[in-house]
Design a binder for this molecule. Structure first.
Ligand code: ATP
Length: 228
């Protein structure tokens, strides 16, 4: 039996995020609180504009919430200088964004190796094993521009998982995949969770929702419902 502790979880408390453009103000997050335990896979769902990507960016420390806080392994990542957030992210968090996360001039394998080198002393999974897990064996030497949308997402996931992060965050990891490849990716994410990772995915996929331990529904910047 695994021992679970509050500090091991990814936690967000009362997150607010306002955007101001000229006269116009958008409240993308209106007091979102959530928690993801080690070993747990959580799916975040909701209509377009609900705040899902904004939430993921705040959880990853890529964006600063206007209010509230985010903790990873008990350590606050929000409301810190960007360099500190980047250091914490490199050490503890793997993130796949909708804009994807590969450097254009490096092959898929070199992108993974770059992620390996980002933090010393962390266990990392060999590039070949990661490519196998995401179904990209044989594409190690490809440049990002030579990959399809679905392949880019899978390569990005391999990079996100390279340093065995405690928290894995992925925005639409299976959005452009056929059924078989989607199941492969969901299995890879579940395996990461089984190794003790806290996995959170933003998704519109019914299959991803089905395999998640828990679903958090966002609507208009608020958590509407939680099941599981
Ligand atoms: N940088 C920004 N500046 C201004 N408004 C923004 C910015 N980023 C997001 N928003 C607004 O915040 C709201 C939430 O956007 P977000 O991208 O988080 O939604 P989403 O649920 O991920 O949508 P989708 O499913 O379409 O990707 C939207 O109204 C969006 O227009």
């Amino acid at each position: 039996m695994t021992t679970r502790s509050y500090d091991d979880a990814l936690t967000a408390r009362e997150l607010y995020r306002f955007f101001r453009a000229g006269e116009e103000e958008t409240l993308a997050l209106r007091g979102v609180s959530l928690r993801v335990e080690r070993g747990e896979t959580v799916a975040v769902v909701g209509p377009s504009g609900a705040g899902k990507s904004t939430l993921l960016s705040c959880l990853a420390g890529l964006d600063e919430p206007s209010g509230g806080e985010v903790r990873v392994g008990g350590v606050r990542i929000s409301h810190r200088p960007e360099t500190e957030r980047a250091r914490l992210r490199a050490r503890h968090i793997g993130v796949l964004l909708q804009t994807r996360n590969l450097l254009a001039h490096l092959s898929v394998r070199d992108n993974i190796r770059l992620a390996h080198g980002a933090v010393r002393g962390r266990p990392h999974t060999a590039a070949e094993d990661l490519l196998d897990q995401v179904g990209l064996t044989g594409r190690a030497h490809a440049l990002p521009r030579e990959l399809s949308g679905g392949e880019l997402a899978r390569a990005g996931l391999a990079v996100a998982a390279a340093n065995s992060p405690e928290v894995l965050l992925a925005d639409e990891p299976t959005g452009e995949l056929d059924g078989g490849t989607e199941r492969l990716i969901l299995r890879m994410l579940r395996e990461r969770a089984a190794l003790g990772c806290a996995v959170l995915i933003v998704t519109h996929s019914a299959e991803a929702v089905r395999v998640a331990d828990r679903v958090i529904a966002l609507d208009d910047g608020r958590v509407r419902d939680a099941e599981g």
